[in-house]
Each structure stands twice: as C-alpha cells, then as structure tokens.
Design a protein around this ligand. Structure first.
Ligand code: TYM
Length: 333
C-alpha cells in the first residue's frame, strides 16, 4: 500500500541518537520504499514556543537540514523544507485551534513536562503546540507519521482534531486521521546516565546523550561512562524490563546494527558490560562518525542548504495552500 509520510524535527540544536534512532533513521527507510511519498519538515515554528536566540535558530535550521541529508534523506526523493517558509502551517493551525478543545490540550503530558511547575509563565504557543503539529500533518493528508514514543499522544490529538472537523462540517474524509509509525523496541532511547529518563536535548549533562555531530573521542568517552548495573548481560528479554540501562544499550546496539533485539541479546548473553561497551562504541563510531563528518561538510555550504529548504518549501506550498483553500471553503470563508 502506498503511504503518505509526514514528520518533523525541531531545530533546537543538539540532535542526538534518540532523534536518529527514534525518528530520522526511520525517515530514511520510509523514503527508500518507492511506494511512499515523504515530506520531512524542520519545524522552526515549533521551536519558537520556547525562547530562541535568533542567530542560533538560523544556524540550527541549517544544521537540522544538514543532519537529515547526512543521515540519508535525499531532497530529490523527499520534500525537505522548513515550516516557516510555508504560511499554510500557521493559517491551518489557527483554524484547527478552533476545533481542538481545551480539555484535550490540558491532557498533553509533554506540555506539563516542558512548562514545569510554573505553567502560568509558559507561552501560549507551547500550550497549543500540538495543534500546529496537527496542522502540519493534516495539510498534506499524511497517512503515516514516523515518530518516537514521546509524540504518540500528540498524534492521537491530531486524529481527534481530524475526526471532529470532518464531523462538525459534515465533510467525511476531508481530513485524514494519521497513523503513528512507532518502532517497537527503539521508540524511546534513554539517557546514558539514567536508563529511566528519556535521552533529551535539554538534559544539562552532555554525557547523557550522543550528539549526531560528536567526534569519535566524544562517542567513545560517553559510552565508556554510560551507567550500567553489576550483572552480566541477560539471556532473555523479560529480564531486561528490570534492567533499564542494559535494555537501553542493547536496544541502541540492535538499532544501529539493524538486527532484532533478541539477536543482540543472544550475541552478548552472559558477557560483562565492559566487553559489550567496546563493541557498542566501535559500532556507534562507525555509524555516527560519517554522519557527523557529512553534517560538518554540508554546514560549510549554506547556500546549498538554503536552496534545498527553499525548493522543498515551494513543493510543500503547492500541496498545503491547495488544502487551505479547500479548508476555507468548507469553513465558510
Ligand atoms: P522533536 O524535535 O522533539 O524530536 C524529533 C523526533 O525525535 C524523536 N525523539 C526520540 N525518539 C526516541 N528516543 C528519544 N529519546 C527521542 N527524543 C526525540 C521524537 O519522538 C520525534 O519523532 N513535535 C515534534 C516535531 C513535530 C512533528 C510534527 C513530528 C512537529 N510537527 C508533525 C511529526 C509530525 C517534536 O518536538 O519532535
């Protein structure tokens, strides 16, 4: 079955192994299936829901585009663009924010986490962020959205918004409720310092994550210092649920070597962490270093990156502006 794929990544710096394994790696395999039509967006409108330094933001937009390309996305096969170049996203987001209910947004756990204790001081943008995400997806009639586990609730909201719009305006099937594509064992890559916490750009400890632009020494050092427990590696998956650090590191190894988790468990069963970590570090350097080098090479050619984004935005704009036109007609404008 042919799929229409849409996904996005925020240009907030420090793209890490969680973004790569949970999302970008999957973007590439979806793109390489000729049945799929793929659109990948650098979601800069989402980024400004928390304060950004304008100079850094510009740099991070290019860096995210570079990370997409360095990881294997091909701007000739997929549409690659940044969100703020296509006005339909902001316009669609407004219209859908009149469909979404406060009660639905109040349940969003990511807002609660990001807003922290002082919700009153969070931006309104941060609160309605999932509605912008729904607009991103629904404007392109995306059928499937590859994301990590943390975005699952936002996708359910996108489905609710699509269904309510279709019902309210008696326009069945106008908006397509999207299906999440979440990889089974690798949807939540955890911090290298705490196997119960998600690997995240906002973690103050650099040792908690491997960044896509780390040097080989940094990758080796971070894996060497990654938290472990005292037992040898287990021989079955059930035992992993009680050993979050072992589960995370074996998961990372499996994803990077493109083999099922069970195969990795068998490969290392009974071994101690130090020998496993050596193999993991070799593999991570082997996989990450070419990406890191390519990102740095691409960043030297700002014109090239800007042109990829502009040309992608022209293609995206054709699709999204047509959908907005239809949306306006349905709403009565
Ligand atoms: P963002 O920029 O936080 O993350 C980009 C992608 O990386 C995944 N991810 C992870 N996966 C596994 N383990 C982790 N530790 C980890 N950390 C991040 C995220 O799940 C995501 O898939 N709201 C989105 C961006 C967005 C979007 C969209 C996504 C905006 N519009 C439309 C899909 C469709 C976000 O903030 O992702």
């Amino acid at each position: 079955m042919s799929k229409k794929i849409f996904s996005g990544v925020q240009p907030t710096g420090n793209l890490h192994l969680g973004n790569y394994i949970g999302a970008i790696k999957n973007f590439v395999s979806l793109q390489n299936d000729p049945n799929n039509f793929c659109i990948y967006c650098v979601v800069d409108l989402h980024a400004i829901t928390v304060k950004q330094n304008p100079f850094e933001l510009k740099k991070n937009i290019r860096e995210t585009a570079a990370a997409f390309i360095a990881s294997g996305l091909d701007y000739k096969k997929s549409i690659i663009f940044n969100q703020s170049l296509v006005p339909a996203h902001a316009e669609g987001s407004w219209m859908l924010s009149c469909i979404a209910r406060m009660g639905w947004l109040n349940r969003m756990t990511q807002f609660k986490e990001k807003a922290g204790k002082d919700k009153e001081k969070a931006s309104v943008g941060l609160y309605i962020y999932p509605v912008l995400m729904a607009a991103d997806i629904l404007l392109y009639d995306a059928t499937h959205v590859p994301v990590g586990e943390d975005q699952k609730q936002h996708l359910e909201l996108s489905r609710d918004i699509a269904n309510k719009f279709n019902l309210d305006f008696d326009s069945p099937n106008f908006l397509t409720p999207p299906e999440p594509l979440i990889q089974k064992n690798f949807a939540r890559i955890m911090s290298l310092k705490d196997g119960t916490k998600k690997m995240s750009k906002s973690d103050p400890s650099e040792l908690s994550r491997i960044n896509l632009n780390d040097t080989s020494d940094q990758v080796l050092n971070k894996i060497k210092k990654a938290k472990t427990d005292n037992d040898p590696l287990p021989d079955n998956q059930n035992e992993l649920s009680k050993r979050p650090e072992a589960e995370n590191l074996l998961g990372i190894y499996s994803s990077l070597s493109d083999q099922p988790l069970n195969t990795t468990i068998k490969e290392f069963s009974g071994q101690n962490f130090s020998s496993f970590k050596e193999k993991l570090a070799d593999l991570a350097v082997h996989k990450i270093l070419p990406i890191s080098k390519e990102i740095n090479k691409l960043l030297k050619d700002e014109n090239f990156l800007d042109n990829v984004l502009i040309e992608g935005a022209e293609k995206a704009n054709q699709i999204a502006s047509e959908k907005i036109k239809q949306l306006k007609k349905i709403v009565g404008f």
